[in-house]
Design a protein around this ligand. Structure first.
Ligand SMILES: [Zn+2]
Length: 512
């Protein structure tokens, strides 16, 4: 366990508890479901909640704290789901669990016990509830590096039914998901210096230290990056004068112990722009604040690999590629009009230096697509905070886009289903012929334009079109899915969401 995780003690201070009156806890958090969901009130507190509802109908609308002698600590926190319509999903459970735990800590509790009920209406409600409660305990890396957090000492989860293997598995999976998401939040949420490319490499090495199923390969040699990742090297030029800001490509590989059981190979390429000033096309009018979150794609990739290293899925082989760089501005900045030659040999005319994310990932994507044919049943992803347009279209949800090959298996549709089970919003967006065509170069000798500056619409789909073309994925029978998480990654003041780590783990059966 690394130094970053020690503070959470995610193993030895989380318990499954069958007794709501155990004096080791100082509060009980109860999630109140509306009558129409048919969730029974637990025996010990049912009559108390009924009475409380008669005193204050508001218990169905906001979190309340009651003195209740029947439960640990004499303190009952009631966190209501509120009204559930057909338009609501399981995220109401996550929110109620989070709010309940936050309220318990605010009330002075240090060791809350959370009642986790199964809900027919939401099949994965127990998993989502436990994950929501754990998420509420997160402290940002830069905060806990200064002071070890003391917001809680232990946390318990109570299931009404007899202590069952099934519930143990759910809690174990939730803990693994939380440990994975802590890595994603730490990388994505820390400031651009704490998580400059050099520091991300150190953090990754620490986080995976001692994991026998993980190998890490760091490419940081400037000449090698210029040769093998020429488009990334262009983005990197202004930043390359500062050693800690220089580009790095980090390959993290997960292999199960018995390779003969592998049935699927996943390759995930993440955008890790540690700060996006826009470059020479600099972001103006205060639009630069928040751009430290432009590394959330790489953060999600690292989180997914962590989940694999903990849960050890025997059927998967996974390669994660973190494309780390900083889109700085300076005398050596790349500028619009430059003609770059990509690893694939295709030329790319630069049109706007703020569309750096697609260039940062392009050569790594091509490299992976080129070698994927040697792998068993490969599927390639790119995960990136790529376009403001994705947020404009889908709010805080992921835009998922398949190439022709992945679409033939309805892959994004399946990911959307997984998301709906684990409270992560995924929207299926279709890449059309025009999204490929719009990226074709306009001048003699230009194979591609980085971005069509005349495009008035479909910006997130045409970005996927660029990646499909530069990766050579438009005519190969190779499954590829691009996830634009610009809206889903989470904006300050909120911590990064780590979405879609859990959906990917659900879909690819990293947890069962
Ligand atoms: Zn940008």
């Amino acid at each position: 366990m690394s130094v970053h995780e020690v503070f959470y003690k995610l193993y030895d201070n989380i318990f499954i508890e069958t007794n709501l009156q155990n004096t080791d806890y100082d509060a009980v958090v109860f999630i109140l479901y509306p009558d129409e969901l048919g969730v029974n009130l637990p025996r010990h507190i049912g009559s108390f909640v009924d009475k409380a509802a008669k005193i204050d109908k508001h218990i169905n609308n906001s979190v309340t704290v009651w003195n209740c002698d029947y439960v640990s600590g004499g303190r009952l926190i009631i966190s209501p789901i509120g009204k559930v319509t057909p338009y609501h999903d399981v995220s109401v459970v996550k929110k109620a669990a989070q709010k309940g735990v936050v309220r318990a800590l605010d009330a002075g509790a240090k060791s809350p016990l959370i009642v986790v009920q199964s809900v027919v209406h939401f099949p994965d409600a127990q998993l989502v509830c436990v994950m929501g409660a754990l998420e509420a305990l997160y402290s940002p890396l830069q905060m806990r590096e200064r002071v070890a957090p003391n917001n809680f000492t232990k946390i318990g989860f109570h299931a009404e039914e007899q202590l069952s293997e099934g519930f143990e598995r759910i809690v174990r999976n939730a803990i693994a998901m939380e440990r994975a998401r802590i890595i994603a939040r730490d990388i994505g949420g820390s400031d651009p210096e704490r998580m400059a490319p050099a520091n991300i490499v150190e953090y990754i090495k620490n986080s995976f230290a001692g994991e026998s199923n993980i190998t890490i390969n760091v490419i940081d040699d400037e000449k090698l990056i210029a040769k093998e990742y020429p488009l990334l090297a262009a983005v990197n030029r202004a930043a390359s004068r500062v050693d800690r800001h220089k580009a790095r490509v980090v390959e993290i590989e997960y292999k199960p112990s018995d390779l003969s059981r592998v049935t699927e190979t996943l390759i995930l390429v993440g955008k890790g722009v540690t700060y996006d000033t826009g470059g020479a096309d600099i972001k103006i009018s205060g639009r630069m604040a928040g751009m430290a979150r432009d590394k959330c794609g790489a953060a999600v990739v690292a989180g997914f690999l962590k989940a694999c290293s903990i849960l050890k899925p025997p059927h998967l082989k996974v390669t994660g590629v973190l494309c780390l760089c900083r889109n700085s501005v300076g005398s050596d900045s790349y500028v619009a009009d430059e003609l770059l030659v990509s690893r694939s040999g295709k030329t790319v005319r630069v049109t706007n230096t703020d569309a750096e994310g697609r260039l940062a990932m392009a050569d790594a994507l091509f490299k992976m697509a080129d070698s994927a044919s040697k792998e068993l049943n490969p599927h390639i992803y790119t995960i990136a905070t790529l376009t403001g347009h994705a947020r404009a279209c889908y709010g805080n949800n992921v835009a998922a886009m398949d190439n022709h090959s992945a679409r033939a298996t309805n892959h994004s549709g399946k990911l959307q289903f997984s998301g709906s089970r684990v409270a992560e919003g995924i929207e299926v967006s279709i890449v059309r012929q025009e999204d490929l065509a719009v990226n074709v170069g306009k001048c003699k000798g230009d194979d591609l334009v980085q971005y069509d500056t005349d495009a008035k619409a479909r910006n997130h789909q045409l970005a996927a079109g660029f990646l499909i073309k530069i990766g050579g994925l438009d005519d190969k029978n190779l499954k590829y899915t691009h996830l634009d998480i610009a809206g889903a990654a989470g904006e300050a003041p909120h911590e990064p969401s780590a979405v879609p780590v859990v959906s990917l783990c659900h879909l690819h059966k990293v947890f069962m």
